[in-house]
Design a protein around this ligand. Structure first.
Ligand code: BTN
Length: 247
């Protein structure tokens, strides 16, 4: 991963460029990286604040030989890789909010957006979009997100070298992506669990058609979040926006 890198001083979204390049057969491990995005996008069609020269905005194309049903687990694999990289280079220890937000002191420092290109039974490409808030000060964030977003600099009081952090993230991504393909999710699930801040908590899960509340019991071997509703029913959550409740 990272032997083939396309660097853009500015672009609309590395995710969009990576999707196009993946359809045009860009090889496994291709990285698209930029200093600034003019139309950075997050999960659920939300905009992603991508200020100039302050963050890591990149998309990684991987082509694991797995069936599409397992692709979502790469979201969790990526969260672990980025957490370890941040821990190595700063004194911050992020917590993973299911499935893949990294929080420090309850505020979001990293978002991951994974998109899939697949046939019926084979993954063609997984595009892992990674946004890390690195050297922003509070004013760099749009006012609407100042209470929920943070950066590594704001949390550690020190500027972080973005190039070093990119190299570390790619190193761990390669290590754990390979491990996943060879040994499955089990060994990485343990790591994910050890950093998570969701299991055991009361949460609200906003899904497309309904909102449910309950206690997060754990994740399955497929990365599905198991929620115990107040009526005792256990519900598997595949994709949702999670809100951690304070009780
Ligand atoms: C989220 O938490 O909603 C996911 C945010 C993902 C942002 C990254 S920045 C690089 C890549 N390009 C994009 O347009 N989005 C992802």
């Amino acid at each position: 991963i990272g032997r083939n890198i396309a660097y853009y001083p500015v672009c609309e979204s590395t995710q969009t460029i990576a999707s196009e390049k993946a359809s045009e057969q860009a090889p496994h491990g291709t990285v698209i990286i930029t200093e600034q995005q003019t139309a950075g996008r997050g999960r659920l069609e939300r905009p992603w604040d991508s200020s100039a020269n302050k963050g890591i905005w990149m998309s990684v194309i991987i082509r694991p030989e797995i069936s599409p049903q397992f692709a979502a687990q790469f979201t969790l694999v990526s969260a672990v890789a980025i957490t370890l990289a941040i821990e190595d280079l700063t004194d911050c220890s992020p917590a993973i909010k299911w499935p893949n937000d990294l929080l420090i002191n309850g505020k979001k420092v990293t978002g991951i957006l994974t998109e899939l290109q697949a046939d019926m039974d084979r993954v063609q490409a997984i595009i892992i979009g990674i946004g890390v808030n690195v050297n922003q000060d509070l004013e760099a964030f749009d006012e609407s997100i100042q209470s929920i977003a943070t950066s590594l600099k704001m949390e550690s009081g020190q500027e972080v070298n973005r190039a070093e952090l990119v190299a570390k993230i790619l190193f761990y991504l390669e290590k754990y992506a390979d491990m996943y393909v060879e040994n499955g999710f089990e060994p990485i699930k343990l790591l994910w669990e050890s950093y998570n801040c969701t299991i055991g908590k009361r949460i609200r899960a906003n899904m497309l058609r309904e909102t449910v509340e309950g206690v997060a019991m754990g994740i399955t071997n497929d990365g599905v979040l198991e929620l115990k509703l107040d009526n005792g029913e256990i519900r598997g959550i595949y994709s949702a926006d999670i809100h951690l409740m304070n009780k």
